[in-house]
Design a protein around this ligand. Structure first.
Ligand code: FES
Length: 97
């Protein structure tokens, strides 16, 4: 049986439970779920409007492109570009600021 990934997502005073595919970025999952999230550069890792906070659970580590943005913008430890990471944990708790 295939494992089911999901995320509890907090945004704009709301909470949603969203099915997650670990094969695509968190951003792509949130767009599929019709959550309100910025994506000015369409997932190119440039604009930082897709940033999220990973409250609980594991996601893939930042690659060089994202690391540059994280340093430039002084991101918190758990602050990530959702277009640049994928789920590793079955259960995630995420906040869209
Ligand atoms: S959509 Fe622009 S950095 Fe993620």
């Amino acid at each position: 049986m295939k494992k089911k990934y999901s995320a509890r997502v907090r945004y704009a005073g709301e909470v949603a439970s969203v099915p997650i595919s670990p094969d695509v970025s968190l951003l792509e999952n949130f767009v599929r779920a019709k959550l309100p999230i910025g994506r000015s550069c369409n997932g190119e890792g440039i604009c930082t409007t897709c940033r999220v906070f990973i409250i609980r659970g594991e996601v893939t580590k930042p690659q060089e492109l994202e690391e540059v943005r994280r340093v430039e913008r002084d991101f918190a430890e758990n602050e990530r570009l959702s277009c640049q990471c994928k789920a590793l944990s079955l259960d995630l708790d995420i906040e869209i600021p």
